[in-house]
Design a binder for this molecule. Sequence first.
Ligand SMILES: C[S@@+](CC[C@H](N)C(=O)[O-])C[C@H]1O[C@@H](n2cnc3c(N)ncnc32)[C@H](O)[C@@H]1O
Length: 287
Amino acid sequence: MHAPAPGAEAFKAAMRDQWDHSAQGWNSQSAKIRCWLTEATSAMIEMANIRPGMRVLDVAAGAGDQTLDIAKRVGTEGRVLATDLSPRILELCRDNARNAGFENINTLAADGEALQLEESSFDAAVCRLGLMFFPDPAKALGAIRRTLKPGAAFCAVVFSTPDRNPCVTALVSTALAHAGLSPRDPYQPGGLLSLGKPGLIDELFRQSGFERVATTRLDAPFRLPNVNDYLDFVRTSASPVLQILGRVDEAARGAAWADIERKLSAFNTRDGWEGPNELLLTVGQRS
Ligand SMILES: C[S@@+](CC[C@H](N)C(=O)[O-])C[C@H]1O[C@@H](n2cnc3c(N)ncnc32)[C@H](O)[C@@H]1O
């Protein structure tokens, strides 16, 4: 139903390189990301039923924006393990934890599809905007479920359908057109919208043995002063657009960015710029 792409290991090695390379840039955008995802993060923490004193697994934690919120929630009696494929981004997660004064955060560089953690050792797990990048998310779901204690919940946040995430769609389709490449299936494994296909993520959770699976949709518009703030965010993240435009010469790249800016300016508002996004928050429990 969602077959992993051939060459999954090479895909993940490239993903690690991209995120190592973009780690600093992603971290520099933390304030924007924090504003954009505040509501989604609170909802994710609630859905995973994270409470004081708990031991929580954060998969694909990145520079740890949500990790800090979880660390605050579990308090000094609890702990968070932030894991990510990219060792560079986890260094920033550690810096951010230290600078914010948290002593209850540990980090571990690990592929979310191959977590080597003690079975039944976590009270909850989350993954914010990471699971869609996994070539074999079912494998990751099985590995995450195994680490949970009976009754513990896992909540994942991913993008929904292309029509509800028009900026992501416009970015990728415009970049592909300028690179002379054919349009891609937006749901192809490992892509930004790969888990947005209606019903897919619930099915993957169930197939991986999770129970009481439920998905909530959440509007998460990206509100910024102007379109260039969004383009800065895209340029400093490990967006697939950068890989696509990495193949073309400078003139074609400039033309592609100008076209992208023109298309995304359709989301200018009287008060600034507002890019619509819809997220899926899916929760499942280990029985
Ligand atoms: C969009 S960032 C999200 C980071 C963080 N959760 C947040 O919301 O700020 C995606 C993260 O997924 C990580 N990632 C991608 N594939 C992964 C995999 N197979 N295993 C673990 N992490 C992965 C990347 O290294 C990156 O840090």
